[in-house]
Design a binder for this molecule. Structure first.
Ligand code: FAD
Length: 490
């Protein structure tokens, strides 16, 4: 469909709507609007965003597919309960500013969530249109619409900040949870300082998720709003090393603390060869490539990264897809994605799997490395893999991968990236007596995100284990409400 044809269709639908003749059948007849993307052969040669965004006509047509269900099942599918039906209706009416303000009632970061939220297992999974068409990919594209308004409406308004209360709050970590917590606590008039270990704010959104999925300028805009609100950000400050939480509270005058340090500790497989040159954790690989801009090494960036020709990424989540696609963009000729279950069990977003395949990444499904083999200089030269089959479901509900004995085979390569998950960094646990953690090293909180220490709240991946941006934001919001209430009574 050309843009002219789309425009003509939109005008006809609007005319019908005005005449009160628009029926659900007309809405079902509107073709789902595909997201325009950079061509696969082109995009692997640059780091620019893959999906380029809806046009205004596409957005309004897509919004008109919404049936405006009375019970709005989409809202129940949204972690932060955005009034989805209302913002989609506003887009259909061409009222983009109104749409954005509806989203912002519940979500501070629509440009990010519209891009990276796993909508297909949240709001879009419960969408009636997708259900009727028996295909979740044909549900109303709520995420793309969210992104459209966030990108289209100009100028980020600086939220109102209440008069100074004289209370000080420390936010540890500047990921999505920390950003939301800082904003909501600052709005209540408290003096807020964000302490961030890196030299840049944004958490995984800047050091992990690549530029081609989430442009860093978008994250920076939100950080700029925080600073315009008067939030102070102290960089290169590692809580637990530079100062402990106890020191912040007892010596530096902070009345409350939010801990949002994420799950930044990479896991390895504990197999032979993991210390060879050319073996990376996905965290290190992505941090070098994204935060430290290693893709520009020699052209202004100082951070080196392996010049890989043949790469194997181990894992099947978003982190694995991001690593594999980054390796391609850094010039690898061949990238394998090695995953020990079947594609059905892959935790990565369907869209990311689709894009990875389009870009030429070879999926080695039901396979897993047994050892990594090095040459005489301790450089990676191959991996030895085992083939697997699926057995009974395990604790996660997914079918357990069972190795097939004697199925070993080798793949020659020079780089291995481990993307099999992240745990929590033990630093806060080691330096904060009295703070309760569970057996996985996650901070224990109540329903208000309050920890075992008075005045200390926590949220995001350090509480739930590696999860999602929207979940971290939701907990940041809950914790901020808890902190505001606590300080109001203090
Ligand atoms: P994080 O984003 O983890 O940030 C924590 C911050 O705290 C970091 O900036 C860190 O430097 C800082 N910090 C850590 N320790 C200290 C300390 N001691 N002192 C001071 N600062 C400290 N989620 C999605 O919803 N969709 C996706 O597509 C998606 N893709 C992902 C891809 C990758 C590669 C990764 C790694 C994760 C992805 N996630 C995705 C998960 C998502 O990014 C996280 O769930 C989310 O960012 C967690 O937010 P958070 O607020 O807990 O903090």
């Amino acid at each position: 469909m050309t843009e002219e044809e789309r425009e003509e269709m939109l005008q006809q639908l609007l005319a019908k709507q005005q005449a009160g003749e628009l029926k659900p059948a007309d809405r079902f007849d509107i073709p789902p609007q595909d997201m325009p993307v950079q061509d696969a052969s082109e995009r692997t040669k640059n780091v620019n965003e893959v999906a380029t965004g809806y046009t205004e006509t596409q957005a309004r047509l897509e919004a008109m597919r919404c049936l405006q269900c009375k019970n709005a099942p989409c809202i129940k599918g949204c972690t932060v309960r955005i009034r989805i039906n209302d913002f989609v209706a506003a887009i259909a009416d061409g009222e983009f500013k109104k749409a954005l303000s509806i989203i912002k009632e519940n979500s501070l970061l629509p440009a990010m969530c519209g891009r990276v939220c796993p909508q297909e297992v949240q709001c879009q999974e419960t969408c009636t249109v997708g259900k009727k068409l028996k295909d979740v990919s044909k549900a109303v594209s709520i995420g793309r619409l969210e992104r459209f308004v966030a990108d289209t409406v100009e100028g980020d308004e600086v939220p109102y900040v209440a008069p100074a209360t004289g209370k000080k709050v420390a936010i540890i970590g500047s990921g999505p949870g920390g950003i939301v917590a800082a904003s909501d606590v600052r709005r209540a008039g408290h003096d807020v300082t964000v302490f961030e270990a890196f030299h840049k704010a944004g958490g995984v959104m800047v050091y992990g998720i690549p530029e081609f999925r989430l442009p860093k300028a978008i994250v920076q805009e939100e950080i700029d709003v925080l600073t315009k609100m008067g939030v102070k950000i102290t960089y290169n400050f590692i809580v637990g090393r530079t100062r402990t939480i106890e020191q912040l509270m007892k010596e530096d005058g902070f009345d409350a603390v939010y801990i949002g340090v994420g799950a930044g500790l990479p896991r390895f497989m504990n197999i032979e060869g993991e210390s060879l040159v050319g073996v990376y954790s996905a965290n290190e690989y992505l941090t070098r490539a994204n935060l430290m801009k290693a893709y520009d090494f020699g052209k202004g960036a100082d951070t080196p990264i392996a010049f890989s020709k043949k790469v194997a990424v181990i894992g099947g989540g978003n982190v694995a897809m991001d690593s594999a696609r980054t390796a391609l963009r850094l010039g690898a000729e061949k990238v394998y994605l090695v995953y020990r279950r079947s594609e059905k069990e892959m935790p990565a977003r369907v869209e990311e799997v689709h894009h990875a395949k389009e870009e030429g990444i070879e999926f080695l499904i039901l396979q897993s490395p047994k050892r990594i083999i090095g040459d005489e200089n301790f450089n990676v030269k191959a991996i030895e893999c085992l083939k697997y089959e699926l057995g009974e479901p395990d604790d996660s509900g997914r079918r357990r991968p069972v190795p097939i004995e004697g199925s070993e085979f080798q793949i020659e390569l020079d780089t291995v990236i481990m993307a099999i998950g992240n745990g929590s960094n033990p630093l806060i646990q080691q330096t904060t007596p009295g703070l309760e953690f569970n057996k996985w090293g996650n901070i224990v909180v109540d329903e208000n995100c309050k920890t075992s220490i008075e005045g200390v709240y926590a949220g995001g991946d350090i509480v739930s284990g590696a999860a999602t941006v929207i979940l971290a934001m939701g907990q940041g919001k809950t914790a901020a409400a808890g902190i505001n209430e606590y300080l109001a009574e203090k």
